[in-house]
Design a binder for this molecule. Structure first.
Ligand SMILES: [Cu+2]
Length: 168
C-alpha cells in the first residue's frame, strides 16, 4: 500500500522522467537518421564456384582446345575410362552493386578450388584469402563511386567480377 501510494502520489515526477528519456532518445537517434549512415549496412553473399561439364569420348570427341593460362579455365583430357571434363572458376554473383557511403560486407564461401586470393581495386588492396569450406569476410566503406575490378590471383582470366558503387 505504501509504495503504491508513493507512485500514485508522484505522477508529475514520472511524467517528467519519461519526457527526459524521450528527449534523450531523440537527441541520440535523430542525427544518425538525418545523416543516413546508421542503417546503410549491406551484406553480399558470394560463392567461389567452378561450373563443370564432362562427357565420354564415345559421345563427344575431346576438343583439345588451347586454354588461356592462369588457372581459371581447366580442360582435363580423357581419363582411362574416356571421360574428359571442362570447368571454369567464377564468382557468383560476379557483379556487386552498392551505394556510395554504405558499409559493405562481402561474405565469400569457398566451394571449389583449394584457395582464392581475392582483390578489389581500391577497396581491398591486400587480398583476402578464402579456402574451400571457409568463409572469408571483407568489410569496407564504399566512399567513392565508380566501377572496380574484383579478381582472384589463382584463377585468371575467368575469376573476375565487378563492384559498382552508385553515387548517392
Ligand atoms: Cu579463385
Amino acid at each position: 500500500m505504501t509504495s503504491k501510494g508513493a507512485v500514485a502520489g508522484r505522477p508529475g515526477i514520472v511524467a517528467s522522467a519519461l519526457a527526459v528519456v524521450g528527449m534523450l532518445t531523440l537527441v541520440l537517434v535523430l542525427p544518425q537518421v538525418g545523416m543516413g549512415q546508421a542503417a546503410d549496412e549491406r551484406v553480399v553473399y558470394m560463392s567461389l564456384i567452378e561450373p563443370k561439364g564432362g562427357v565420354t569420348v564415345d559421345k563427344e570427341p575431346f576438343p583439345g582446345t588451347q586454354m588461356p593460362k592462369g588457372g581459371g579455365y581447366v580442360l582435363n583430357p580423357p581419363n582411362p575410362q574416356g571421360r574428359w571434363e571442362v570447368s571454369v572458376y567464377q564468382f557468383s554473383p560476379a557483379t556487386v552493386v552498392v551505394r556510395q557511403g554504405e558499409r559493405v560486407t562481402l561474405e565469400m564461401v569457398g566451394i571449389n578450388g583449394a584457395k582464392h586470393s581475392v582483390h578489389i581495386d581500391k577497396y581491398v588492396p591486400n587480398h583476402a584469402v578464402v579456402k574451400r569450406g571457409e568463409i572469408g569476410r571483407v568489410k569496407f566503406t564504399a566512399d567513392t563511386p565508380g566501377i572496380y575490378k574484383i579478381h582472384c590471383e589463382e584463377h585468371q582470366p575467368s575469376m573476375e567480377g565487378t563492384l559498382v558503387v552508385l553515387p548517392r
